[in-house]
Design a protein around this ligand. Structure first.
Ligand code: ATP
Ligand code: MG
Length: 725
């Protein structure tokens, strides 16, 4: 007799099937998880790590470079080293700067989203607001690395994210529009960058206690005036000249006596590239016109401004020929009436003669043709230089905030990076000296002060070896025996001193210095020979050979006395007073160019030292300005002189965050019933109590003498999140 399946066997069967099903589901889930993990691992492998601090082999330059390259090829141009932002120029438009992106980054902690310049800008802003103190963002990198673009992105972020009212919008617009104006007058196409800033710029943005942008102030550094009269092949003069000729209205050009043809003007064609594909001078002209009106340039200011610009062009076309005695005479005076509104007679004589004042009379000594050309170019440079300063002053007047209530400041420093060309001259010497000073500031603020702070706070610290470039700063700027002093000394011996006597003087006084090389000791010190008229400096970023020719001349920046008088006699009244003021000081005591630059750098350093530093380090991925190309050798070199590996070592060794006990307690005391609303004990005890309540683990933090140190940012973010809830 056949019997049917028993209940037990039926149940067993059911159970088996159920288990089978569950195993299948678990298997599938596991596979899914594995797939996800694999995907995320490959993604990580593919896109690299977003903070170099998390890199396993953080001391390896190659690992650093690999990570940067990987991210670059995925269009991830930003990477952190703690709170420092590394940015690689993509040389193409990326869809990461929309209003939506700005909103995404607002009020979000650093590590919650992919690295971005907006994240940095937002963090600086929030730190300033919560601590009510001043900050600055130093943006550095070589020409074409993306400094100016970065500073514009930061400014745009503040323009969008700060509270707005009608009045504040006014200030915001002026801050934003100061950029196209300064770029028109201070930027030019060079071989390295079609929009290269030819001056250093520091801009303060002032905020009221509600975070509204209420004012600003701009400082400019060392405009490359020589570009007005000379451009290398493939380079242009300052954009504004081409904008005026290409975009200026017919009436205006007629009034200025200009033709719509750049080829007509000697000062515009020496580089043989008046037209540049990436630049639209005509539409840029319109932008500048609009910007000038928003920044409250009156009609007469604008007229006079372009009167001056046109005068420079006319000046450049003036030719001299030798008269029978071999002295310079003008063979072409048709354009003279245009020049600066100065009476033609005065100008003619001024360009061909030098005024020598004897005790009782004035004597005019005639110029040779070469001399006259020199005097003409010197005048053009001086006019342009002063007009640029006047422009910066005018912009500052429109940004000034008269309200005396306390404000906080975010400073943006966009300044030329280290420069090495085939032939390096006085300009590169000044720029590279500036970079030594900024590196010194960086060392003081980050590396050195970090170590010193740990020591002061009684926190254990493993010393990080780093190269301190103070020795090079001293070599350049030390009183009496530094290169600047020696150069100035030579400039005070007119007629006797030459570029070569300056070189000899350096050989005599500083040839023993380990960072200075002349041809005599070149083999020994750098295993590379050196031409007789050159000297080499071993900068922190690498060796640079300078050609001494032109050092004295450029440092003197000579403008003959009657050249200065011509400036004062300009009939362009708006500029007249300004010229007069600056010319007066110029005539009485004339500090040499490099000494003026040195003192402006000293005051810049003072401005920066009193603020909290943040850094953006810009890297140029290739010399060809092409998207998608990453040249390892070029990038590795920039990593070195941007000090990235050193910065990473210090960040990894130390603590990511520190705050004074008082500030920390003040902010987070609502999170703990014992510290809220009033803590009776010391701030340090309050913080101890607070973090005990928050459950900080012993290895996550250290208590210093006056501050709490937190090892990883994530600990702080958790606290901040609790606070936000
Ligand atoms: P310089 O020292 O010569 O003034 P810089 O570091 O200021 O150089 P930028 O003018 O900012 O360089 O950048 C050069 C060019 O690179 C820009 O005109 C732009 O074409 C491109 N570029 C820079 N940054 C970005 C970016 N984030 N996205 C897209 N293109 C960029
Ligand atoms: Mg720039």
């Amino acid at each position: 007799m056949r019997t049917g399946p028993t209940i037990t066997s039926y149940l067993c069967d059911l159970l088996k099937r159920a288990i089978h099903c569950i195993i299948k589901v678990i298997k599938e889930r596991c596979n899914q998880i594995l797939r996800n993990m694999e995907a995320s691992l490959t993604a990580r492998d593919r896109v690299g790590i977003q903070d170099f601090v998390l890199l396993d082999t953080y001391t390896s330059e190659s690992a650093f470079l690999d990570n940067l390259r990987k991210r670059f090829h995925e269009n991830l141009i930003y990477t952190y080293i703690g709170t420092l932002l590394v940015s690689v120029n993509p040389y193409k438009e990326l869809d990461i700067y929309s209003k939506k992106q700005m909103d995404t980054y607002m009020g979000v902690n650093f590590f919650e989203l992919p690295p971005h310049i907006y994240a940095l800008a937002d963090n600086v802003f929030r730190s300033m607001q919560s601590e009510f103190n001043n900050h600055f963002i130093l943006i550095s990198g070589e020409s074409g690395a993306g400094k100016t673009e970065a500073s514009k992105k930061i400014l745009q972020f503040y323009a969008v994210s700060c509270p707005s009212t009608k009045l504040l919008n006014n200030v915001r617009d002026r801050l934003l529009l100061s950029n196209p104006v300064l770029e028109a007058f201070g930027n030019a196409k060079t071989l390295k960058n079609d929009n290269s800033s030819r001056f250093g710029k520091y801009m303060d943005i002032q905020f009221d206690h509600q975070g509204g942008a209420v004012g600003g102030h701009i400082l400019s550094y060392l405009l490359e005036k020589s570009r007005v009269v000379h451009q290398n092949h493939g380079e242009r003069n300052f954009h504004i000249f081409y904008q005026l000729v290409e975009g200026g209205e017919e009436d205006l050009l007629r009034w200025l006596g200009l033709e719509r043809n750049c080829q007509r003007y000697r000062y515009l064609v020496q580089g043989d590239c008046a037209k540049v594909r990436s630049i639209n001078d005509k539409s840029d002209w319109n932008t500048v016109q609009k910007a000038l009106s928003v920044i409250e340039f009156g009609e007469s200011d604008i007229e006079h401004l372009f009167g001056i610009i046109a005068s420079v062009l006319h000046l450049g076309n003036i030719k001299f020929e030798a008269d029978v005695r071999g002295y310079a005479s003008l063979n072409n005076n048709q354009e003279m009436h245009w020049l600066l509104g100065i009476p033609t007679q005065v100008l003619q004589q001024g360009l061909t003669h030098r005024k020598i004042e004897a005790k009782t009379e004035e004597v005019f000594s005639p110029f040779s043709v070469d001399h006259a050309v020199y005097a003409r170019d010197a005048l053009a440079k001086a006019i342009y230089g002063r007009t640029f300063n006047w422009l910066v002053n005018k912009i500052n007047e429109s940004l000034v905030n008269k309200d005396s209530s306390r404000k906080t400041v975010i400073g943006l420093l966009d300044i030329y990076g280290f420069e090495v060309f085939n032939v390096n001259s006085f300009e590169q010497f000044c720029i590279n000296y500036c970079n030594e000073k900024l590196q010194q500031l960086f060392i003081q603020l980050t590396l050195k002060s970090e170590q010193e702070e740990y020591e002061m706070e009684g926190i254990e610290w493993e010393p990080v070896p780093f190269f301190n470039n103070k020795i090079i700063c001293d070599l350049v700027e030390e009183k009496h025996r530094g290169i600047i002093s020696l150069l100035d000394e030579e400039c005070l011996r007119p007629g006797e001193a030459t570029d070569l006597t300056f070189l000899e003087k350096m050989e005599e006084k500083i040839s023993g210095h380990p960072h200075f090389v002349t041809h005599k000791l070149a083999d020994q010190k750098t295993r590379k020979t050196l031409e007789r008229g050159d000297f080499r400096l071993l900068h922190y970023a690498g060796e640079v050979t300078y050609c001494v020719v032109g050092f004295l001349d450029k440092n003197n920046d000579l403008l003959y006395r009657n050249g200065k008088e011509k400036l004062i006699r300009t009939s362009f009244n708006n500029l007249h007073n300004y010229y007069k003021q600056t010319t007066d000081t110029y005539i009485s005591v004339t500090p040499q160019v490099v000494t003026q630059f040195k003192s402006s750098l000293v005051s810049l350093t003072e401005i920066l030292m009193s603020k909290e530093p943040w850094y953006v380090r810009c890297i140029k991925p290739n010399e060809a300005k092409q998207p998608g190309r990453f040249d390892d050798v070029l990038v590795r070199h920039q990593m070195k002189y941007l000090g990235l590996m050193e910065h990473l070592r210090v960040r990894r060794a130390g603590f990511a965050y520190r705050r004074k006990y008082e500030i920390f307690l003040q902010r987070y005391k609502p999170l703990c019933p014992e510290t809220w609303p009033n803590w009776k004990g010391t701030a340090a005890e309050g913080v101890q109590c607070l973090i005990k309540h928050l459950g900080y683990k012993p290895n996550e933090y250290k208590m210093g003498r006056t501050k709490i140190f937190i090892r990883h940012p994530s600990t702080l973010f958790a606290t901040e999140d609790a606070f936000q809830v």
